[in-house]
Design a protein around this ligand. Structure first.
Ligand code: TYD
Length: 432
């Protein structure tokens, strides 16, 4: 059994699980603009994050009483259309929620947001499955208030419960509900505000929050994801988009590449790709790739996965199998043998293959930057490489995700993302 201090933990949403500032502030700004109302010069818009919206429209933005309903309506529409997509899950939050769940802790959410909107946000970010209860307000005119929201997010029975939030409203709510409060000062409320409200604990970042809520628990293993494809398949663009999205969802991403990824491996990369080295034998090349990989796994990939991070690797051993095994005709088995000690048990959990025909790839590359030594290779080389990839996919259907990459960037990115998310957290109902 775990040694966790609380058997029920209720979280606030904005400023606690999510960096919500940009999403909320931009929605408030566009609501005021749509209504033709000025934003008071002295209003600190960050203050709208946390307290009930009506209070902010009244006290901070001086919206006339007779236009209050209109303001709330427009704000909600703007938030659902744009604001919520600017949210960002704070780092470590996903692992905290996972650890609490695995430790048998009841996990609740209590937000002064409309409950349907709260649900949408949680679904979009693939977080609903972590929660036993998601509680929000359901009537703008008859507010339940924070203490009641918290009570509803708690289980019937518990020994020791805590409310985690970033504002005085959360601390006061916890008091009202008769449970402990953990103030997080990384959100929108200051340490002073939390102290004045009488928070039982105050933590400065999500790492300290994890230590407080899940002391001694093992951090869940991360995920190793590689991306493969012929030169010209659009890997870099897709890696950029995927990295950005995973970061927004709160994953701690290590983006890396092969050959390379750490100093020794980057030095080896320079030798391999140097156009001066035209006399390099295919076997030397294959061994250098394997050597570079061994260091990369040892120094970067394995430690990151063990720390719970998502490793996003541009090429891995499949590139050697396809390019050296297939393209250079050294034989798939030989390449697998050479690489066995380098890879050890660190095979990717999933591999995205951006599928394009080698002829399309070459056409694309002709418009690209200065070709390196390998890119100067002939047509047959890439045809053989493509065939070797296709064989790999056939033999490793579970690991490979093959995406048609001869389409527009956004369609490819959407397919890549949904495939990755379904592997990363199969339990989540992703709305992304
Ligand atoms: P990459 O960095 O993906 O090239 P670019 O950024 O220019 O698209 O890969 C460099 C080259 O190295 C590419 O032609 C594929 C080749 N390669 C192999 O032949 N074997 C391997 O094991 C790896 C990792 C790469």
């Amino acid at each position: 059994m775990n040694q966790f201090p609380y058997d029920a933990v209720v979280f606030d949403l904005d400023g606690t699980l999510f960096d919500a500032e940009e999403g909320i502030v931009s929605s408030v700004e566009s609501a005021m603009e749509e209504m033709g109302l000025p934003i008071p010069a002295d209003a600190d818009l960050r203050q709208v994050v946390g307290p009930p919206l009506l209070d902010s429209f009244r006290n901070l933005l001086h919206v006339p009483e007779d236009r209050m309903d209109e303001a709330v309506e427009i704000y909600k529409r703007r938030f659902a259309e744009e604001g919520m997509y600017r949210y960002q899950v704070y780092p470590h939050i996903r692992s905290i929620l996972q650890m609490l769940r695995e430790g048998g802790v009841h996990v609740g959410l209590a937000t002064s947001k409309d409950r349907f909107i709260a649900r949408r946000v949680m679904d979009y970010f693939g977080m609903s499955h972590y929660f036993d209860a998601i509680i929000g307000e359901n009537d703008a005119h008859a507010k339940l208030g924070k203490p009641e929201l918290i009570r509803r997010a708690l289980p019937e029975k518990y020994h020791c419960a805590a409310m985690v939030g970033d504002r005085c409203f959360d601390v006061n709510g916890a008091k009202g509900a008769g449970i402990e409060s953990v103030g997080v000062s990384y959100g929108c409320g200051s340490e002073e505000e939390l102290q004045d409200a009488g928070a039982d604990h105050i933590v400065p970042d999500t790492e300290s929050l994890r230590a407080l809520l899940c002391p001694g628990a093992e951090i869940p293993r991360g995920f190793f994801l590689s991306m493969e494809g012929l030169d010209g398949s659009g890997k870099t663009t897709q890696m950029d988009l995927l990295e950005k999205k995973l970061y927004q969802l709160g994953y701690s991403v290590l983006r890396t590449r092969e050959p390379g990824g750490c100093q020794i491996s980057e030095d080896i990369r320079n030798i391999i790709l140097d156009t001066e080295n035209m006399e390099m034998s295919p076997t030397t090349e294959a061994l250098l790739y394997a050597a570079s990989r061994a260091q990369h796994v040892y120094q970067s990939i394995r430690p990151a996965v063990e720390e719970g991070r998502v490793v996003l690797c541009d090429r891995f051993v499949d590139s050697s199998v396809a390019y050296q095994g297939g393209g250079r005709q050294l034989g798939v088995e030989t390449i697998q043998q050479i690489n066995a000690p380098a890879v050890a048990d660190m095979m990717p959990d999933a591999t995205i293959y951006l599928s394009i025909d080698h002829k399309t790839a070459i056409r694309r590359r002709l418009n690209a930057s200065v070709p390196d030594r390998l890119e100067l290779e002939n047509m047959e080389f890439f045809e053989r490489t493509q065939k070797a990839y296709e064989r790999l996919i056939k033999e490793n259907r579970k690991r490979f995700i093959s995406v048609d990459a001869e389409r527009d960037i956004d369609s490819i990115a959407a397919d890549v993302l949904s495939a990755v998310l379904s592997r990363l957290e199969p339990e989540a109902q992703w709305e992304a």
